[in-house]
Write a protein that binds this ligand. Structure first.
Ligand SMILES: [Zn+2]
Length: 257
């Protein structure tokens, strides 16, 4: 596994952690795996390249959204297609794309992978295509423009994706209706969890503080308590947007296996 930052964001911390003070610069973690039998597997896809283009960002994400999420540091080279190219992987090589959820910093690369099986929670897919008005800004409908042409695997609940324990999906609703956490088992590294947006920052996770856009604080709390118990049991958790945790992962071509 290697990870890349496919969506650097600089914004008021209060946009990620309710009532927090100050500002933060955060990565958006995308993980790339090569499964010995099942080929290249992606965990999330970051932001779409249109967001890096001053002429297209507003029409793609919607008015004011790029400013609101502080995506000005996101360049064309951050988009996952270019990052994979640097690692020698072509879009058609990608066999599986697993989504923690379908917010615009996670599903932006969906249309880059026409040959992949796109794995997501059923609740997330249904909600993303017709979100409540107050969550509409974070579900970019342009990200889903090819969804009816793609091969989508909708799952409802937990799944051991290949039946071999390597990729276990744990449904963890709250931040979004179909959020899921990925519990990975690698031959040498052992087990760890990629948390998606189970929380955006570590202090928020520990103190059970919501994010202003959380779909359900009640569901979010239950899901965090569940993932905390796995962490307490000795399975490390890496939050997608926590800079220190991103830095602890193997970045840009260095590997865990
Ligand atoms: Zn996110």
């Amino acid at each position: 596994m290697t990870v890349v930052d496919a969506g650097p964001l600089t914004l008021a911390k209060a946009k990620l952690v309710a009532f927090a003070e100050g500002g933060v610069s955060v990565p958006t973690t995308v993980a790339i795996f090569e499964h010995p039998q099942h080929g290249v597997v992606l965990w999330d896809t970051g932001c779409n390249d249109a967001v890096a283009d001053p002429d297209r960002a507003e029409s793609y994400w919607g008015r004011g959204i790029k400013d609101a999420f502080g995506a000005h540091g996101f360049t064309r080279d951050h988009a996952i297609d270019r990052q994979l190219d640097r690692l020698g992987i072509q879009p058609n090589d990608v066999r599986y794309v697993i989504y923690s959820h379908l917010h615009l910093d996670h599903a932006g690369g969906m249309s880059y992978f026409p040959n992949a099986l796109h794995v997501m929670q059923k609740d997330e897919l249904r909600y993303a295509l017709f979100p409540d008005a107050w969550t509409r800004p974070v579900y970019c409908q342009n990200d889903f423009k090819d969804i009816h042409k793609l091969n989508v695997l909708e799952i409802d609940g937990d799944l051991d994706l290949f039946g071999d324990g390597t990729f276990r999906l744990i449904k963890s609703p709250g931040h979004a209706p179909g959020m899921q956490v990925l519990l990975v088992t690698l031959a040498h590294r052992g087990r760890f969890m990629l948390g998606g947006d189970i929380a955006h920052q570590r202090d928020q996770f520990e103190a059970l503080i919501p994010m202003p856009w959380d779909w359900s604080c009640a569901a979010m709390t239950s899901s965090r308590l569940k993932i905390k118990q796995l962490e307490r049991s000795g399975i490390p958790l890496y939050l997608c947007h926590e800079p220190g945790e991103f830095a602890a992962l193997p970045i840009n071509g260095s590997h865990w296996d």
